[in-house]
Ligand binder design. Structure first.
Ligand code: ZN
Length: 345
């Protein structure tokens, strides 16, 4: 007699095995906050581990060779389409906004879309889940770079046998990861921002939602050029997201949850300014976990005697969206804190 899948005791045993592996294996390399010295030593080790997890990276940086074309000029900004090289044979199209009527060099924000078909266009669309956050930052005086991430916008994969799934799993089989390839693209995006005369290199922030939030977390964790990071709709926990329910492939990095919980990944940005954004109606990334992370991370900022404003969170009643009400002013405040005119305080 056929057994209904729901009643299958042998199948249930597998789920039991999985749950016990999750319980025993999760977070073997948690942050240490007993002292500044202990924290910094943990951070060095953890960064090396995270770099290994992201997979192979190119040893040398290819010339960026940016091609720029002005597409719109308004009272507040100049909008350009820029295409730059991140590795030999790989080019990234992006929107680049340069503010007008502000003192240059200005702060810059790298704005990252998530797993969204429209890619960079969604970051400037007020009707998208991104609430035009990139455009808002440009209108408020920031240089903004919003690139297409692999698989989306103009970087959608062509029809053929190597689809998103093959790309993801194939890279994993070869010591690379799709997230690692994306990470390197973003290192190159910061390289590009640093070449622009309009950008104050000491005031570069990163902000993104979902996969864009995840990439913000990894980039700021490993690249000290990031002075402030705003992670929207991501930093919660592996336990109640990717380990617990179907999710997109973007969060599945080999050994990541073995070593770190989300709080530890966020701790790699500390004590630089960090802001989280969490929607209470976002079932895929629970707010309770985001809040618990802020409580845990607070100990680091206290340890380093940083002002309370260095670590923040916007909890809103929306879903998987960027609200922008607190996050945008927070980002502007953090980047303007280090403005040259006030730097001698
Ligand atoms: Zn994804």
């Amino acid at each position: 007699m056929a057994v209904k899948a729901a009643d299958n005791p042998y199948g249930r045993q597998v789920i039991g095995l999985y749950r016990s592996i999750v319980h025993q294996s999760l977070r073997q390399s948690p942050m240490t906050v007993s002292s500044r010295r202990a924290f910094l030593a943990w951070q060095r080790r953890a960064r090396a581990t995270l770099r290994r997890i992201l997979g192979s990276m190119p040893a040398t940086r290819a010339p960026l060779r940016p091609r720029r074309e002005v597409v719109e000029t308004t009272d507040r900004y100049i909008k350009e389409r820029v295409v730059y090289t991140t590795r030999p044979g790989v080019q990234v199209p992006a929107w680049l906004f340069t503010p007008r009527n502000v003192k240059l060099p200005a702060p810059a924000v790298l704005c990252l879309h998530g797993h969204s078909t429209g890619g960079k266009d969604e970051c400037i669309d007020p009707k998208s889940i991104y609430n035009a956050f990139a455009l808002r930052l440009a209108e408020r005086g920031c240089v903004v770079l919003a690139p297409d991430q692999i698989g989306f916008g103009e970087r959608k994969l062509p029809d053929g046998p190597v689809n998103y799934q093959v790309l993801t799993h194939g890279l994993n089989m070869l010591g690379h990861t799709l997230i690692g390839v994306r990470y390197y693209d973003l290192v190159r995006a910061i390289d590009l921002l640093e070449t622009l005369p309009a950008v104050d290199k000491k005031r570069i922030g990163v902000m993104g939602l979902s996969l864009g939030g995840e990439m913000t977390a990894f980039l700021s964790a490993l690249d000290p050029r990031v002075r402030a990071a705003c992670v929207c709709g991501y930093i919660t926990s592996h336990l109640h997201t990717f380990l617990d329910r179907p999710h997109c492939t973007c969060g599945h990095l080999r050994d990541l949850a073995l070593h770190f919980e989300h709080a530890d990944i966020a701790a790699l940005t500390a004590p630089r300014p960090l802001f989280l954004d969490s929607g209470t109606a976002d079932d895929s990334f629970p707010t309770a976990d985001a809040l618990a992370n802020v409580r845990e991370l607070r100990r680091i900022y206290t340890l380093f005697k940083k002002p309370k404003s260095h670590l923040g969170i916007e909890v809103h009643d929306g879903g998987h969206v960027i609200k922008c009400d607190k996050s945008i002013p927070w980002m502007l405040d953090r980047l303007n804190e280090n403005a040259p005119a006030r730097s001698n305080r």
